[in-house]
Design a binder for this molecule. Structure first.
Ligand SMILES: [Zn+2]
Length: 569
């Protein structure tokens, strides 16, 4: 399972020779800082290749690593491969106690379906819904048994309260105290892309509902929402929910005020809306027009949730390359990619291994290639680079959240995050969508890098996918760190290839299913282009005199920027 070809070893030896040459007193001319246009930079960029990316992906997505589920032998095998590769590339361990590892203790909570129930009572009588067919429950991370008994239900549109952005489903003053709130997944299309993504977060909606006194939540999805895939939701829910656990044994998720959380299939929505003043079709139509909604439903709901809890040991892997400036080397540009995927799960088409080749062996492979190039630089930029390979992203960004809150380097010195996750590599990289660039001065280095490489920059073509909150960069945003999450745009350079259609088909047919494996038609040169772009962006951030900052008055800078200011004090 540990891949050891001649090429990898040769590259590793080369990298360590270069490292040694730099740390011995070098001739003065090699200390000249590199520039974007220097021949050394051109050589570094052309040295970034698709072949190593393909090799890393082939190892990580192999059936032998069993889909890299946290706490499994397959995940451990992936970490060992990363340790071997990082060592060969000349990276230094920067985890705990001089190792590459940062321990991440997790708790897995699973619903006991046979001891759980959901009943909807209308004037026509009580209907007991069928688990998995009509509804799913979220396991409670804190308690074995929680229940809601015959509570009134208030439908609150998207469940979004964002008065500063001119949208508030709760504006009519709906009283939800002691009640269950029901809301649509997603957020109004009238909000800007990344703010819309933020307000579409289930955690944000739940916190809003609990702040207003609600005791339970029910979410459901419009039938034309491309994110609705009930079979995948059922399969994923069998694996339960996860939280990370702090030193006192307290999970980072769960609120004692929440006594039940359900999500509904379309049949469940019909039951919930029995006798309602408005039909589901009408509320979907109003939501599509970004019209705030809130009204009491005619039904009452009972929920009983039994959960089992199990401790799972997992780990992040942290590797470092030191910067050249005596002071600024204590600051870090952080590259992040999640190692985990869903492991073994519910079989689809006879396959129970969720290989996660694109999600996210691709991102890990690209970050490794960035690290290899960085290690081989004849002169390092002023700041240091940190390469963090995280666990449990698929369980709610847990490994990255744990690292961002408990970094193994000083928190105040984390100047930027660049996350690679499923960058989209099914056609040449001709344009990018740099999620996060519009919020901070990181727009400058990413624009410059794209121009240098002849790559275009577009705007978010799929805001309904809420991508800005859906990967590990968002864990850093929450800690006030300016961050970028760069995805491919839809240009393919081939009139016969429709980039939008390829993207939609992947999200519908492959994403989070066992067929996300190496049989897909990956364009590894596009992977190399992603590596060059992320390398060049991070290199500029590492070499600039001034660290990145949020734009004045920015939504995310205002919401979270003080977290980093506090860390700096
Ligand atoms: Zn995923």
């Amino acid at each position: 399972m540990i891949w050891q070809s001649g090429r990898l070893v040769a590259v590793g030896v080369m990298a360590s020779v270069l490292t040694c040459a730099c740390s011995a007193t070098p001739p003065a001319e090699t200390k000249t800082p590199l520039t974007l246009d220097s021949p050394e930079m051109a050589a570094t960029l052309s040295g970034i290749q698709g072949t190593p990316i393909k090799q890393h992906m082939t190892v990580l997505a192999d059936d032998g690593l069993e889909g890299r589920g946290p706490g499994t032998a397959g995940y451990e095998g992936a970490l060992r491969y990363l340790e071997t590769t990082a060592t060969a590339y000349g990276l230094a361990p920067a985890g705990e106690a001089g190792t590459f590892r940062q321990r991440v203790p997790l708790r897995n909570s699973v619903v006991v379906e046979s001891a759980s129930a959901m009943t909807v009572r209308s004037s026509a009588g009580a209907t007991r819904l069928t688990y998995g067919a009509d509804y799913l429950l979220s396991a409670d991370p804190l308690r074995e048994d929680v229940a809601i008994d015959d509570a009134p239900v208030v439908f609150v549109g998207y469940g979004v309260s964002a008065p500063a952005l001119g949208y508030d489903d709760y504006a009519s003053g709906a009283d939800v105290t002691g009640k269950v709130v029901a809301f649509l997944s997603g957020a109004p299309a009238r909000l800007p892309s990344n703010e819309r993504a933020y307000y579409s977060s289930g955690a944000v909606k739940e916190a809003e509902a609990l702040r207003r006194g609600a005791i339970g939540t029910i979410s459901f999805t419009s039938p034309d929402d491309p994110r609705f895939r009930w079979d995948v939701s059922v399969a994923t829910s069998k694996q339960g929910g996860y939280a990370w656990v702090d030193a006192q044994g307290k999970p980072n998720r769960g609120d004692a005020a929440l006594r039940g959380a359900a999500s509904l299939n379309h049949s469940g929505v019909q039951a919930l809306f029995a006798g309602a003043p408005t039909t589901p079709a009408d509320v979907f139509a109003a939501a599509a027009k970004s019209t705030p909604q809130a009204f009491a439903l005619a039904t009452r709901v009972s929920l009983a949730t039994r959960s089992t809890h199990k401790d799972v040991e997992s780990a992040n892997l942290v590797a470092r390359l030191e910067g050249s400036d005596p002071a600024l080397k204590n600051e870090h540009v952080v590259y992040v990619a999640h190692v985990d995927h869903f492991g073994r799960g519910v079989a689809m088409n006879g396959d129970e291994i969720y290989n996660g080749a694109h999600d996210n062996a691709s991102g890990v492979a690209i970050v490794l290639e960035v690290a290899r190039a960085w290690a081989a630089l004849p002169v390092k930029p002023r700041r240091s680079a940190l390469f963090v390979f995280v666990t449990a992203e698929e369980r709610g960004l847990l490994g990255s959240d744990y690292f961002a809150r408990h970094p193994t380097v000083p928190a105040s010195g984390i100047v930027a995050d660049l996350t690679l996750d499923m960058p989209f590599m099914f056609h040449p990289l001709l344009d990018i969508v740099p999620y996060g660039a519009q919020h901070s001065t990181l727009s400058v280095p990413v624009t410059r890098a794209a121009q240098h490489l002849g790559i275009g920059i577009g705007t978010d073509p799929i805001p309904e996918q809420a991508l800005f909150i859906r990967s590990d960069h968002f864990s850093f945003v929450r800690q006030g760190v300016p961050s970028l999450f760069i995805k491919s745009g839809f240009q393919t350079g081939d009139p016969a290839k429709d980039g939008a259609a390829i993207n939609a088909a992947y999200r519908r047919d492959v994403y989070h299913k066992p067929n996300d494996d190496m049989s897909q038609p990956f364009d590894f040169e596009a992977g190399a282009a992603h590596a060059r772009l992320n390398f060049l962006t991070g290199w500029q951030v590492a070499d600039e005199a001034v660290r990145p900052s949020w734009n004045p008055g920015d939504f995310f800078g205002t919401l979270f920027g003080q977290a980093q200011a506090a860390a700096a004090r």
